[in-house]
Structure formats: C-alpha cells, structure tokens
Design a protein around this ligand. Structure first.
Ligand code: ADP
Ligand code: MN
Ligand code: MN
Ligand code: MN
Length: 340
C-alpha cells in the first residue's frame, strides 16, 4: 500500500468563464488507481457559485485520471460536478457532450504569459516592445525573453508525463504569446485533456510569479497586437470515411444556421477578436474557405483532395472558450445533418 495524493479538479460556477478548482484527497492504493477505484467526493458549492449556503453540498464524480509528475504517487483527477441526487449540475457542460468514441477533436490553445500586469517582455513602465513580426516561432532573448521557454517546455513535459496527447507548442505572433495543441479521439477526450493542460500551466506558472492570461484580446482591439484563439479541429467517422461534397455543403449550411448558437459558447468578448482582421472572420458572418485563415471554418487542402473527407477547422472559438461547451455544440450541429 502507498499513500496516493489525488488532486480532484473541477470547474466552478463562475460566468462567463469557469475557474479551475482543485483539492487533495490522500488515499491508500497498491498501484496507480483506475477511474473505477476513485470514489465520489464533495465540496462546498456555496464557495464556488454552485450552491446556496443552506444546502451547499455538490458531488465530484471522477471522469478521467492522469499521473502527476510533480508528486510521488500523485494523480490528477478530472471531475464532473453533480447535484446531490446524482444529476448533472447546471455548470456541468461535459455532461451535455454526445457520446461518440469516433469523434476526434484537436484544440489549438493560444494564451499570453503575464508578469506584473503586462505580457512577458513588455516594458514595465508602459509602452510596447518592437511590433509583431519576429516573435512567431521566434528564438532568442529579444524575441522570447528568459523564462517563457522554461515554462512552456516544462509544461510540455508535465503534460506528456500525464499521458495528455499534447501535439506541439509554438511561440505566437504577439510578444509573450504562446500556443499548444492537444488532439484526442472520443468526443470528450481532448476537452478533458485541455482542462488538465490548462490546470498544469496555471499551477506551474505560480512559482514564476507569472499568470496565464486566457483573454482573447488582452491588449485591446485598438492596437495591432494579435488576440488569442482556440481553433477547434474536428472530424467524425462519417466525415473521415464517407464525406463528399454534398454532405460537406449541408454541414456548412447547418453551421451557418446555428452560427449564433456556436458563437454563444465560443468564449466571451469574441467581438473584440473576430473583426475580420488578424486572420479572422467577423463575428456576425459565417463562411468557409479552402486554406483560408480569414474564414470561420478553414477547409484543409487535404480535405478537398480526399473527396471532401477528413477534418475541418472551426477558427472562431477563442482562448477562453470551454472545450466542453465547444465540443458539445459542434456535435449537436453535426447531428442535425442527415448522413443518409
Ligand atoms: P494550424 O496552426 O495550421 O491551424 P496546427 O498544427 O496548430 O495547425 O493544428 C491542427 C490541428 O488539427 C491539430 O490540433 C490536430 O490534432 C488536428 N487534427 C488533425 N487531424 C485531425 C482529424 N482527423 N480530426 C480532428 N482533428 C485533427
Ligand atoms: Mn496552430
Ligand atoms: Mn496559432
Ligand atoms: Mn489553427
């Protein structure tokens, strides 16, 4: 028997963006626990905007477990929040995702690292560093500073150790801005892993006195500094194996029809980012285009060359979007289109 430190992690009830919360449960196990071995737990929902004070118990139901590289016998336990009667809490968007083991998602998370109220590398007394140009995929102190590389590389190691299917990282267009990508098979897999990856980044940066700024346009919309997105690449078995131009066009018509419903869950303040500038389409329009980074949905060349089969990239979700809500909405819209 060994003492395992189980970090139960969940999303709170803050609007429009939930915060990650976590608390540690120490339990004895012979080996690294499976999901089935992890008990339900509870917390005080009145402290997380998930309950009233007089009836404050909420239930944590483990839904995924990952090794925690930072501890001996540590585990990161992603949880759904349930009501005392076992039904999903209203804040629990994960419960609304259609179960589909053949749905694949790839999320590209962009974010800024902030220190002392400004992006890493911005002058402290106000003002701006040299304009955008060399920062994207850049190297060297003048482009990425001195601690960002250590943070993003360590984050990658922590994610890989946890078994998160982290696919890559890159320095982004703005100074202090970075990206990582996560891919997962199964309708909830990539979204679970994205929340754990966000958790690991937030926890890691504590020791540097650095905050992660997930806002989609942290420098405002009047300056020539890029915002942050979380492009959502998706495919279903039908899209990958059957596809076809007719199905694709029907699917895009459904995305057009439900454009407002999509934008509603694609992250707050997206009007600041989806302006038609900086490789975006404006928020009130829906369009798609082959290899078009100014479109709402980018259709990879490979998709067309393959007989309209493969994956599509919805470029509208922003960096603060909840991958659970995004995956849920994408699959809901896909489900409205007959596959014959
Ligand atoms: P870009 O920055 O050019 O948009 P990235 O390489 O950052 O490209 O992201 C592409 C994303 O597409 C990755 O997250 C990858 O996992 C995802 N992806 C690739 N193939 C599929 C697929 N069949 N279904 C869903 N997502 C996919
Ligand atoms: Mn990318
Ligand atoms: Mn990017
Ligand atoms: Mn992309």
């Amino acid at each position: 028997m060994a003492k395992y430190k189980l970090e139960y992690i969940w999303l709170d009830g803050y609007e429009p963006v939930a915060n990650l919360r976590g608390k540690t449960n120490v339990k004895d196990f012979d080996t690294f626990p499976t999901l089935e071995q992890l008990p339900l737990w509870g917390f005080d929902g009145s402290s997380t905007r998930q309950a009233e004070g007089h009836s404050s118990d909420c239930v944590l139901k483990p839904v995924a477990v990952y090794p925690d590289a930072t501890k001996t016998n540590g585990a990161l336990v992603m949880c759904e929040v349930l009501m005392p009667d076992g039904s999903p809490h209203p804040s629990n968007a994960r419960a609304s995702i259609l179960d589909d083991p053949d749905a694949w998602f790839g999320f590209e998370q962009e974010y800024f690292l902030y220190k002392d109220g400004v992006p890493l590398g911005f002058p402290l007394g106000g003002g701006y560093p040299p304009p955008q140009g060399e920062y994207y995929t850049g190297v060297g102190y003048k482009n990425v500073g001195d601690i960002a590389r250590e943070i993003v590389d360590t984050h990658l190691e922590l994610c890989l150790y946890a078994g998160i299917n982290h696919e890559g990282i890159n320095a982004e267009v703005a100074k202090g801005q970075w990206e990582f990508q996560i891919f997962g098979k199964g309708s909830k897999t990539a979204a679970d892993q994205m929340w754990i990856a966000r958790y690991l980044l937030l926890r890691l940066t504590e020791q540097y006195g650095v905050d992660v700024n997930w806002h989609c346009k942290p420098l405002g919309m009047d300056v020539d500094w890029n915002g942050s997105g979380m492009h959502c690449n998706f495919s279903t078995k039908h899209l990958r194996e059957v596809g076809g131009k007719e199905y694709f066009e029907a699917l895009m018509a459904a995305f057009d029809k439900y454009k407002n419903e999509h934008i509603a869950v694609y992250g707050p303040d997206n009007h600041m980012r989806l302006t038609g500038l900086h490789e975006t389409q404006s928020i009130d329009k829906f369009n798609y285009g082959v290899a078009n980074r100014g479109a709402s949905v980018r259709v990879p060349h490979s998709f067309v060359n393959n007989g309209y089969r493969g994956y599509l990239e919805d470029r509208r979700p922003n960096s603060q979007g909840d991958p659970y809500k995004i995956a849920s909405r994408v699959l809901q819209t896909i489900a409205t289109v007959p596959t014959k």
